[in-house]
Design a protein around this ligand. Structure first.
Ligand code: NAP
Length: 312
């Protein structure tokens, strides 16, 4: 497992980290329970040091799992706060709510100091006004968190996070959704902000295994993400990605993950695997060489994708 510098925080993290939304069963449907602990242990065995979660994943169960399995001395945990578990759940970014949430997370994670705390999909206004940023800075100063940042849903939120000197920015970054990160690259490089790239497989779409008639179970978030027409269109666009496969790049998912890692602004790619098999596949297919994608593929990519209707 290669490592990368985690922005201006300076420490090294594994270039692949493990996200736990899929493992929680909240997102993509149930996961075989006996597998959960094993996936986390396997990630450690394979050299993953960074683990990404949220206080709401599995109602706190994913934080508890990481707290039970991980050694705080050799791993880093990134958790996200800002969702109240009322029914229906509400976003809450005031300092009082965040303070209670942080204490519960520290207990579940069994860490005196949480490595990174992110605001979980805040609106830009919660970064510019209110007391969330001030609260996180104070918690960092007090040593209860080592770094803070934002998991951003769009460019305005990501920009506001950089404006506030967030240590870490997490955002979706993949072959079909690359523009936000590309447009922010100069600012991210200038500020040396750590970047966590998530949804690197576009929720499984970029794996390229779906037929045009693919349907999802009701409790799978993808059943609401794409209309049948939108999904058919997206699957058609995969033809461009298929052309990246060849030589060392054995599969479309490898091409998708290598595209993310080829960008040096990215500090770590957050994997959303749901089984040991999926984790082993991605770790293997990312390869060991210094080159993620051949120069010729990188050079041809913008035009290849433009023809499929995707702007990088
Ligand atoms: N707002 C936020 O902060 C936010 C939002 C989204 C995600 N995240 C974090 O980022 C992590 C990753 O996000 P994501 O779920 O969108 O990731 P993703 O990697 O784009 O998609 C995950 C899905 O890809 C499929 N997959 C993964 N590995 C595979 C493999 N080897 N072969 C075939 N299919 C594979 C699985 O689909 P199947 O279920 O069909 O097998 C899995 O559910 C999450 O776990 C979460 O921790 C955070």
């Amino acid at each position: 497992m290669r490592t990368r510098r985690f922005g201006r925080l300076g420490f090294e993290v594994s270039e692949l980290s493990l996200g736990t939304w899929g493992l929680s069963g909240d997102a993509y449907g149930p996961v075989y329970e006996a597998d959960l602990e094993r996936v986390v242990e396997l990630a450690v065995e394979l050299g993953v040091t960074m683990f990404e979660t949220s206080d709401v994943y599995g109602g706190g169960a994913m934080e508890k799992l990481l707290g039970d399995v991980l050694d705080y001395r050799t791993t880093q945990v990134v958790t996200k706060l800002g969702t109240c578990r009322d029914e229906p759940p509400r976003k809450r970014f005031d300092a009082a709510s965040l303070k209670d949430a942080l204490e519960r997370s520290r207990d579940r994670l069994k860490r005196e100091t949480i490595d990174v705390v992110l605001l979980h999909n805040p609106p830009a206004a919660a970064l510019r006004e209110g007391d969330a940023v001030e609260f996180l800075r104070a918690e960092k100063h007090a040593g209860r968190i080592a770094a803070w940042g934002v998991s951003a849903g769009d460019k305005s939120v990501a920009s506001a996070a950089i404006d506030q000197s967030a240590d870490v920015l997490e955002l979706a970054y993949n072959l079909f959704s690359a523009r936000t990160l590309h447009e922010l690259t100069d600012r991210l490089a200038q500020t040396d902000t750590a970047v966590m790239a998530r949804s690197v497989l576009a929720h499984g779409l970029l794996v390229g295994h779906w037929s045009v008639n693919k349907t999802f179970f009701e409790h799978d978030h993808r059943s609401r993400r794409w209309t049948p027409d939108a999904l058919r269109y997206r699957i058609g666009q995969l033809q461009a990605v298929r052309q990246m496969v060849g030589g060392e790049i054995l599969t479309m998912r490898a091409a998708a993950l290598r595209f993310v890692l080829a960008n040096q602004v990215v500090s770590t790619a957050v994997l959303g695997v749901r089984s040991q098999t999926q984790l082993r596949q991605l770790v293997r297919e990312v390869g060991e060489g210094p080159e993620y994608l051949p120069d010729a593929v990188l050079a041809a990519l913008p035009e290849l994708l433009r023809r499929a209707g995707i702007e990088l």
